[in-house]
Design a protein around this ligand. Structure first.
Ligand SMILES: Cc1ncc(COP(=O)(O)O)c(C=O)c1O
Length: 467
């Protein structure tokens, strides 16, 4: 449908956003570097109760919270006496379209319909595309999904191809582009030419949609164990999953529950590199998105992303690809739940962390996703082999992303690595200089990075010395 791609100025992009989302992002800008985050979130006019009602009408949400008793017992084999927290899994695979992304999509589609748009557009290679396409189909809206699908030799990962098939099965048109900056430009052109709604992942509608996960976890934990969980573990990439879940927990009174991020470590692989594109076995939930989106949330497809993970993240863990494959298999053979791959990233970390927590404590892994032909770990491992990746079993989880996948020789050898949040904050602050900022800016940054203004000033002054 696209002939020649137009390049847009900043002002034209802002106008396109107003036309395609109904949100004028400039209304929320503060003087200085910040913006009114809560005002942006509240601008939708929806309460948590409204969101629940809308999602119920789409057959989305109210997914079961399942206690993984066998997996917990397995983890306890490697823990000290009276250690090994109870592991629960929020089975988001049971949503229409098979993942928590249905919660985001339901809100965007509801809004598009309410505002009278003929169709919706979303830029996504993963579960979100299928979710948007499925909900659009129910509401009789046209749907275009723009996918970053292949490298320059037109090779695509099995998972991405499967997602394209799913979108087409729901009646959507799929535009596939190769890796690189083209995606955003194609999206803008499609929005401009069609006048459709921008069902972006990063709008306040999308993020509000995820708040219901946090809220349901509180209700279900109260019913099943009589308390809030000590820890909620979130597979983290673009940050919406963590932001929405944490906001929902807080809105439902779980003020002391800790929210931990988990990503597959893809250190050394470059996401925008044509060469590296097909050398990874995970298309989301990895550090290639998790780190840059946390440290620069506004790199998304809207001027101000509503997904701002560092505001809510208490700790951040990484795990290697092989360990996630191992846990994927353990979940199937011990619990009869064939799920994965993304949600199992948080599960792999939960399995390890549970061992250092007392046995009466509760860890909730807040999502699973469906698995299928292209997403299944066997398909992923075959694709990795075809791309020259060496598959090894070892006691030592030293994987070199793009070269090896190391499967743990025993569950006992699964390792997780804790990131220093101050390193992420330093990276966020890199674009500012201490002397250029006002007190208002420091207050904004303290909220943004979930710390105090003194820490912000200290981190910034380190940066100034380095420069
Ligand atoms: C199943 C699943 N889990 C987790 C994530 C990560 O969510 P977010 O990008 O909001 O951090 C994604 C997103 O691609 C996903 O599809």
């Amino acid at each position: 449908m696209l002939n020649k791609l137009k390049r847009y100025s900043k002002e034209e992009i802002n106008n396109l956003m107003i036309q395609s989302t109904g949100v004028n992002y400039t209304d929320f800008e503060q003087e200085g570097i910040g913006f009114e985050y809560e005002a942006l979130m509240n601008s939708t006019g929806y309460s948590l109760e409204n969101v629940k009602e809308i999602q119920t009408s789409f057959q989305v949400g109210n997914t079961p919270l399942i206690e993984l008793k066998n997996l917990t017992n397995y983890a306890r084999k490697f823990a000290k006496k009276n250690f090994g927290a109870r592991i629960f899994l929020k089975d988001e695979a049971q949503n229409l379209s098979g993942s928590f992304k249905a919660r985001r999509a339901a809100m965007s589609i509801y809004e598009a319909k309410r505002k009278g748009y003929d169709g919706v557009v979303a830029a996504t290679s993963g579960n979100y595309g299928a979710a948007v396409a499925a909900m659009a189909a129910r509401e009789g809206l046209k749907c275009i999904i723009v996918q970053e699908a292949f490298d320059s030799s037109f090779k695509a990962q099995p998972e991405i191809l499967e997602k394209a098939r799913a979108c087409e099965a729901y009646g959507a048109e799929v535009i596939q582009v190769s890796v690189g900056p083209e995606l955003f430009m194609v999206l803008l052109n499609v929005l401009d030419q069609t006048g459709y709604f921008n069902a972006t992942l990063y709008s306040p509608y999308g993020i509000m949609g995820i708040e219901t996960i946090g809220s349901e976890i509180v209700t279900q934990c109260q019913q099943q164990v009589g308390k809030n969980p000590e820890v909620v573990l979130v597979t983290h990439a673009g940050g919406g999953n963590l932001t929405g879940t944490a906001r929902g927990l807080l809105k439902s009174g779980a003020k002391t529950t800790k929210v931990y991020a988990a990503s597959v470590s893809l250190e050394g692989l470059h996401m925008a590199s044509d060469h590296d594109f097909n050398l990874k076995s995970f298309t989301t939930g990895h550090t290639g998105f998790g780190v840059p989106f946390a440290t620069n949330p506004d790199r998304s497809d809207v001027p101000r992303s509503a997904a701002r993970a560092l505001r809510y993240m208490n700790e951040y863990y990484t795990v290697n690809q092989g360990s996630v494959f191992f846990i994927t298999e353990a979940l199937s053979v011990l619990e009869g739940l064939e799920r994965g791959p993304a949600g199992n990233t948080a599960l792999a970390v939960a399995f390890k962390l549970a061992q250092s927590m007392p046995s009466d404590e509760v860890i909730v892994v807040q999502e699973s996703e469906y698995t299928g032909a292209g997403k299944h770990h066997q398909a992923q491992l075959s694709f990795a082999k075809q791309n020259g990746i060496e598959l090894l079993f070892s006691d030592h989880q030293v994987e070199i992303p793009g070269k090896t996948i190391v499967l743990p020789s025993s569950a006992n050898t699964i390792q997780v690595f804790k990131k220093d949040l101050n390193d992420l904050r330093r990276s966020y602050l890199k674009r500012y200089r201490l002397d250029d900022l006002t007190e208002r800016d420091f207050n904004y940054l303290a909220e943004e990075l979930n710390t105090d203004t003194k820490t912000i000033k200290n981190l910034l002054s380190e940066g100034d010395h380095e420069a």
